[in-house]
Design a protein around this ligand. Structure first.
Ligand SMILES: NC(=O)c1ccc[n+]([C@@H]2O[C@H](COP(=O)([O-])OP(=O)(O)OC[C@H]3O[C@@H](n4cnc5c(N)ncnc54)[C@H](OP(=O)(O)O)[C@@H]3O)[C@@H](O)[C@H]2O)c1
Length: 240
């Protein structure tokens, strides 16, 4: 579970642990928060391992994955979730460096983590890869051109993984949240919460556990023949 010291990742790790998974709490700099998530899981009777690794750093990721395999012998589920920063601005005021740094980080993280984990899943002839995208990848939102373009790349990437790795018993699916109340949105959510809720059939803004449940269902038994899919988690604010 990449980026599980806070937000959607932390809630998903706790939910998966609650359902019996041994979970890796990966973080980049929030050591205290990562250990707090792991402690909460252990206090509830679950198993958790804390692993510092910047997901855009291939050797750090490889080391993390080797550590997990040494400890537990296998990796059944990969959740590619860590939040890559991006500039929120119009195309007119965006520089190539701002734009490309988001594309690079988003796709490098997915590439690096998948490269490190998929060979183990191939060996097992089993695996579930879940990529956390964003509704902004399919439906434009003002100021989100860098984020949305990067996430639509991630959506395509997941389909290619689904196609190439299906014959090895590995599924790959996308979960795409709309606005979720996390640290990432803390700066502006108060300004838009009521408006977003009023345009959402389920009449509220998502909490991290809403996304965690969608991820857990794709990681669970019920999704054994589900691959290459895109699951929006937005309370119906955008419909296909
Ligand atoms: N919140 C939303 O409204 C929303 C909407 C659509 C999609 N999403 C997607 O949901 C995912 C999670 O977002 P969130 O809102 O839960 O974010 P968040 O609350 O900001 O948490 C981000 C997590 O990612 C970790 N992280 C960041 N950079 C990392 C790196 N280079 N290597 C390893 N870990 C790293 C952070 O760890 P450290 O604290 O240690 O850095 C933290 O655990 C992201 O992919 C995001 O794009 C979020």
């Amino acid at each position: 579970m990449t980026g599980s010291s806070r937000g959607i990742g932390a809630e998903t790790a706790k939910l998966l642990a609650d359902r019996g998974a041994k979970v890796v709490i990966n973080y980049r700099s929030s050591e205290t928060e990562a250990h707090a998530v792991a402690d909460e899981i252990r206090d509830a009777g679950g198993e958790a391992l804390v692993a510092q690794a910047d997901v855009t750093d291939a050797s750090a990721v490889e080391q993390m994955v080797e550590g997990v395999i040494d400890r537990w012998g296998r990796i059944d589920v990969l959740v590619n979730n860590a939040n890559m920063p991006f500039a929120t601005k119009s195309f007119e005021s965006m520089t190539w460096d701002e734009f490309s740094s988001k594309l690079d980080a988003e796709l490098k993280a997915a590439f690096t983590v998948s490269k490190a984990v998929l060979p183990q899943m191939v060996e097992q002839e089993y695996g579930r890869a879940i990529y956390v995208s964003s509704g902004a990848g399919q439906s434009p939102s003002p100021g989100f051109i860098a984020h949305g373009t990067a996430k639509s790349g991630l959506d395509a990437f997941a389909k290619y993984i689904a196609q190439e790795y299906g014959p090895h018993g590995i599924t790959a699916n996308v979960v795409a949240p709309g606005l979720v109340e996390t640290d990432a949105t803390a700066g502006h959510i108060d300004d838009v919460r009521d408006q977003v809720a009023s345009q959402t059939p389920l009449n509220r803004v998502a909490q991290p556990e809403d996304v965690a449940h969608a991820i857990a269902s794709l990681a669970g038994e019920g999704a054994q023949f589900v691959t290459g899919t895109y699951t929006p988690v937005n309370g119906g604010s955008e419909m296909e």
